[in-house]
Design a protein around this ligand. Structure first.
Ligand code: ADP
Ligand code: MG
Length: 809
């Protein structure tokens, strides 16, 4: 050990602050360089690389070539506007996604100047002493100078997932997981000099598309395809009618621009990313965009008890001793917590016990430990008795301890434990657990050749109270209102779990089951009752997997919490894996969401935010797609009716800005619907057949109204310019009313949406009445009567919406 330490110029006390600073200067930070974000100028230029933009530019050049300077200028302006809009959207969503990545800070526990502290793992440097615990992610390449039953999962490097045993002087590599045991390592290499650093460029993954994004993307493509076919058809038809080539070309291209929802993916990402930062404010860090969508459709939350529903502040409030002195001694020594300024540091169960036992006088030297694990539910330490036989202290789940006890210690008199004393103890356990206490049993033995945790001698019980969190009951109520079932999964005793679950409203008319009972059930038997089980007690982590699978198989979207190494598979399997902020790195890595405050109520807040985002996505998808469909149908209709086209290219480009621009954007940030948490969860799909039919109907209403008014204007021999102005304005008004249709029924005023609508309306007035703009847009002033007609006809989209809502109900 000494020579390993000296090899890195370190010592048992760790580095001094000065050494750390010097070395950081010399070796840099412990950071894996991420792919650089796209530079701004490139992001801007990329916007031009788009078929539509390309075609627009070609159209502008063609217009210029035939001397149509105004049109050429306007089209170039439209190109610029489109590019800027695309750039801003993309930039904002890139920024938002990036800032979310920074929310997850990796930490490491180090020993420096003989003090143990938690630091940001970027600050690690060569020679630092790193303390490793079960569930930690190794923060740099280390050489072990201490190792207790340490095993490591190196699959991130080797691809092989079995546990590798590690001893002193072995190397453990950055980003591998500690599966069990603990140890101390000296930092050998950091950042890009580590093993992962060297292969980092290979493994850097791209952000995956979420299913929703993929789906919306597909819809966009389908729509584009239809639009392009229509445009080509129109192009040919108009040519056949003898309209000049360049003009026809411009019309076709502008129509394509208007009919394709090219802004959709960017608004989608932005809305999701903004939602994520909103959740981060309430301490829920969502790691993937995907989980934001899934959260909204969550139907079941499976929650831990300790620390999530309860405070994890344990206080001994009841006790039962057959030998008080010995129980206190075990409590004090078979314990890994420390007390500093009255606060317990470390495992809180240990902390509560230590506070109760700390005045006991005994300081036997500990020589070995079998750590607590969630399967055994016991912890054992071995102590030396001044050269005599070693003594073994065990504490843990009382019925398990009792099972392992052969003797009982009545104030120093040891007897074989008989049925009668067992019964008294079991009664005590039941009584204490019935008071919602976590009961811990205590036992010891002198070391012999046999298994350490067998043939123990019983000494007593302690009952620890752990108060429920203050918002937990309300959060459970909120879930029930929102049609989300809450199930408690705990390693604790059935009675303890039930009392707490009952107090919180989790256990109502359903049943409870223990891990052992669950083990007995066949899959069919379990599935038959799974819905009805509200509390799972004395569960082993691997059983969580079975629970998730069963619940998911009946079509549920399951959120499940966890914190330990053993929870990782279940967290991965769950629709939404939720890790605790102070859980292990392994759990955090497998999870989709991290609760910084470890609080159940935060999950519910996140679900609410998820539902809001889901609603808002639905809003702008419906809005944008229905206006695109409306535009296509209008053009197809007029063409089939052998009418001239109702909109000219410049007008179409303006329509596109109204449709993809501010009104659509502001729909993404609408407030929460009033009934958001009073309605059952919706399952996933935004683009259901129902929605598509609604979109089609809205599009039809707009197309029919526009064509009818346009045809009427032509039939009363209005000038073509006037007929077009009226049709164009009507179509814009349709969009504005259509956006209004999508407004949230919320307590938060739709200020931005209204502003966007008013702004678009004012601009439309300018386009019609400002002489300079009249020239550009080829519009003419229209009369009050025309306005009355436009408003009344456009209003049909609001009536149609109301009828559709009624029919759906
Ligand atoms: P939970 O699911 O509530 O988080 P845990 O897995 O933390 O439950 O604990 C399960 C059981 O393990 C407890 O009911 C208790 O009997 C036992 N246990 C918990 N902490 C300790 C400890 N520090 N020492 C001994 N036994 C413990
Ligand atoms: Mg726990």
């Amino acid at each position: 050990m000494e020579n390993v330490l000296s090899q890195f110029d370190s010592s048992k006390e760790g580095l001094s602050k000065n050494e750390v600073l010097e070395r950081q200067k010399e070796y840099g930070l412990n950071k894996i360089e991420e792919k650089k974000p796209t530079p701004l100028i490139k992001l801007f230029l990329i916007q031009f690389v788009d078929i539509l933009i390309g075609l627009l530019i070609v159209a502008a050049i063609a217009a210029y070539a035939i001397g149509d300077v105004i049109d050429a200028g306007v089209i170039m302006l439209a190109v610029l506007l489109n590019v800027i809009m695309g750039f801003i959207q993309e930039y904002r969503s890139q920024k938002a996604v990036e800032s979310l990545k920074n929310l997850i800070v990796k930490t490491a526990v180090v020993k420096r100047e003989n003090k143990i502290e938690q630091i940001n793992s970027e600050e690690l440097t060569i020679g630092d002493l790193v303390i490793l615990e079960e569930g930690d992610k190794v923060p740099a390449d280390l050489i072990l100078i201490e190792a207790n039953n340490l095993t490591c999962d190196e699959s991130s490097l080797t691809g092989e997932s079995e546990a590798v045993k590690k001893d002193i002087e072995d190397e453990v590599y950055m980003d591998c997981n500690i599966l069990s045991g603990n140890g101390i390592g000296v930092v050998k290499a950091i950042g890009m000099k580590t093993h992962v650093g060297e292969i980092a460029e290979v493994v850097q993954e791209d952000d995956e598309d979420t299913p929703l994004k993929a789906k919306v993307g597909r819809l966009g493509k389908t729509l584009s395809l239809i639009a392009i076919i229509v445009c080509i058809a129109i192009f040919i038809l108009e040519l056949l009618k003898g309209i000049p080539l360049v003009e026809t070309f411009m019309t076709a291209v502008s129509l394509a621009v208007a009919a394709i929802p090219e802004g959709l993916p960017a608004v989608l990402t932005l809305t999701l990313a903004l939602g994520m930062s909103e959740m981060a404010k309430s301490q829920a860090i969502v790691k993937r965009l995907l989980s934001v969508e899934t959260l909204g459709s969550c139907t079941i939350i499976c929650s831990d008890k300790t620390g999530t529903l309860t405070e994890n502040r344990m206080t001994v409030v009841e006790s039962y001793f057959t030998n008080e002195d010995r129980t206190l001694e075990i409590g004090k020594l078979c314990n890994n917590a420390t007390i500093s300024n009255g606060e317990a540091i470390g495992d809180q169960t240990d902390g509560g016990i230590l506070k109760f036992c700390q005045n006991h006088k005994s300081d036997l030297r500990r020589i070995d430990e079998i750590p607590l694990d969630s399967n055994r539910k016991m912890m054992t330490t071995v102590h030396s008795l001044n050269g005599e036989k070693n003594i073994i202290f065990t504490k843990g789940a009382p019925e398990i301890i009792l099972d392992k006890c052969k003797y009982i210690d009545y104030d120093g008199t040891i007897k074989i434990i008989d049925a009668e004393s067992k019964e008294i103890i079991i009664k005590k356990i039941d009584e204490m657990s019935g008071h919602a206490l976590r009961v811990i049993g205590f036992a010891y033995k002198f070391e012999d050749d046999h298994d350490t945790e067998e043939n123990l001698t019983f000494t007593g019980l302690l009952g620890l109270a752990d108060p429920p969190k203050k918002d937990a009951k309300k959060a459970v109520d909120d879930c029930l209102q929102a049609g989300i079932k809450v199930k408690m999964i705990t390693g604790d005793h059935e009675k303890t779990a039930c009392s707490i679950a009952r107090n919180l409203g989790i256990l109502t008319t359903g049943r409870t089951i223990t891990g052992d009972q669950l083990e007995e059930l066949t899959t069919e038997e379990y599935l038959a009752i799974a819905d009805d089980i509200q509390v799972y007690a004395r569960v082993k982590p691997k059983q969580k997997m079975r629970i998730v699978e069963a619940l998911k198989s009946s079509g549920n979207i399951v959120a499940m919490t966890g914190d330990g190494v053993n929870d990782a598979p279940a967290l991965k399997k769950a629709s939404i894996g939720v890790a605790m902020g102070d859980g292990t790195d392994v759990a955090k890595e497998s999870a989709d969401m991290i609760l910084e405050n470890n609080d159940f109520a935060t999950i519910v807040k996140a679900v609410k935010e998820g539902r809001k985002i889901y609603d808002n996505i639905k809003r702008f998808v419906k809005f944008q797609v229905s206006t695109n469909v409306g535009a296509i149908l209008t053009i197809i209709g007029t063409s089939l009716l052998n009418l001239p086209l109702p909109f000219n290219p410049v007008q179409l480009l303006w329509l596109n800005i109204v449709m993809d621009g501010p009104p659509a954007q502001t729909l993404g940030i609408e407030g929460a619907e009033k009934d958001l948490m009073h309605r059952p969860p919706e399952t996933g799909d935004i683009l259901t057949r129902k929605t598509l039919i609604e979109i089609l109907i809205s599009g039809l209403v707009m197309a029919i109204g526009t064509i009818a008014v346009f045809a009427y204007q032509l039939s009363i021999k209005s000038s073509e310019s006037k007929a077009m102005t009226i049709a164009f304005t009507l179509f814009v008004m349709y969009q504005l009313f259509n956006a209004y249709n999508r407004k949230a029924d919320s307590d938060k005023p739709s200020t931005y949406l209204y502003l966007a609508i008013i702004l678009s309306f004012l601009l439309q007035l300018l386009i019609i009445y400002l002489p300079q703009l009249q020239i550009i847009f080829r519009t003419t002033s229209i009369s009050l009567i025309d306005w009355v007609v436009i408003i009344i006809v456009a209003f049909t989209i609001i009536i149609a919406e109301k009828i559709m809502k009624r029919v759906i109900k």
